[in-house]
Design a protein around this ligand. Structure first.
Ligand code: FUB
Length: 337
């Protein structure tokens, strides 16, 4: 199931008009940006989209990525450096196919790259790789993180030094197959009137390579304190978890998938419960919507992606836009077209 990728440049020949908000880089396709500031420099950990020719389906088989390239810049809007291949699927001993949305963290004098990939039985697991430098190259552990599953890891370290991983994605991300942390390949998606599937989280151990306790559901409720039903698909969790902290509150943001919003919910605790607050980023061009939020100096930013350059849903480009809060801590929504 690993096909030889065609050169990205052959695809850009059919590119549309230049976008208004330019991609960070346009000679390769990048997506799912997790941005961090390390040593005063902005590093972006994206997926590396490639045109493999894998037919499109609802499982996302066409998102058939083979490696990661890390991007960095001195400042937002500054020159972007592509550090080349930081980790290849060929260097992950347990991997089968599809390197999806990664994240990174720093602790213990080490940089950690967290990545979802299907194992050799075609089940998504989350792996970890380490480096002495934020841009890699990264060396993968021999096995996935024990007890990990599904996709889109986001690692958040609180001010007390405790790190948490938030993760999960339904449909092609396979989260519907996991109930009480047990795998059932035949488990169906929830019906419209059933409770929506919840994102997952776990505390990370000090070595940042294991879960320090069981994987739990992250409780997410509407403005009235009621859990979402599957039919509330313009607000319920689908994939693309991100956590940040602003003025002492925890902000959990995520994609609603089939309705293409990036929404957010807030809590006084990193472990929830989280109450829905609204939309941050309205649908962008392309099926997927995926983001990260961070301050760079005194300004907050949202990194996201769209398909303005390719017109193809699995060939995306990472972009960045400023993000603004209101005085009550709510976020001003963005139409990024
Ligand atoms: O890039 C592959 C998948 O598409 C990601 O894991 C999802 O969040 C969506 O962006």
């Amino acid at each position: 199931n690993k096909e030889t990728p065609t050169q990205d440049s052959s695809v850009t020949e059919t590119a549309k008009q230049p976008p208004q908000n330019p991609p960070l880089v346009s000679y390769i396709f990048t997506a799912d940006p997790s941005a961090h500031v390390f040593n005063g420099r902005v590093y972006v950990y994206p997926s590396h989209d490639t045109a493999t020719g894998t037919p499109e389906n609802d499982n996302g088989d066409h998102f058939n990525m083979m490696d990661y390239h890390i991007l960095s810049m001195d400042s937002i809007g500054g020159k972007v450096t592509d550090h080349g291949v930081a980790l290849s699927i060929n260097d992950v001993p347990w991997a089968g196919r599809q390197l999806w949305a990664p994240d990174a963290a720093y602790a213990n004098g080490t940089y950690y790259l967290y990545f979802p990939v299907k194992d050799k039985k075609d089940v998504f697991r989350i792996g970890v790789a380490t480096s002495t430098q934020p841009q890699g190259p990264f060396k993968a552990e021999q096995q996935p993180i024990p007890g990990s599953y599904s996709i889109d890891p986001c690692v958040f370290t609180d001010e007390d030094g405790t790190s948490y991983m938030y993760f999960g994605g339904i449909w092609g991300g396979q989260l519907q197959r996991w109930n009480n942390n047990h795998y059932d390949s035949t488990a169906p998606l929830r019906k419209p009137d059933e409770a929506a599937i919840l994102p997952r989280f776990a505390r990370l151990s000090k070595n940042m390579k294991q879960f320090d306790g069981p994987v739990k559901e992250l409780q997410l409720v509407d403005e009235k304190g009621k859990p979402f039903l599957e039919k509330n698909n313009d607000k319920r969790f689908f994939e693309a978890a991100w956590m940040h902290k602003y003025q002492g509150k925890y902000y959990f943001s995520y994609s609603t998938g089939d309705t293409h919003n990036i929404c957010y919910a807030t809590s006084n605790s990193p472990t929830g419960p989280f109450t829905y607050r609204g939309i941050i980023l309205y649908p962008v061009e392309g099926w997927t919507n995926h983001h990260s939020i961070l301050p760079v100096g005194n300004q907050w930013y949202i990194f996201y992606h769209d398909v303005q350059q390719s017109g193809k849903t699995h060939l995306r480009n990472v972009k960045v836009a400023p993000l603004y809060y209101n005085a009550d801590g709510s976020i001003q929504p963005i139409h990024a077209k």
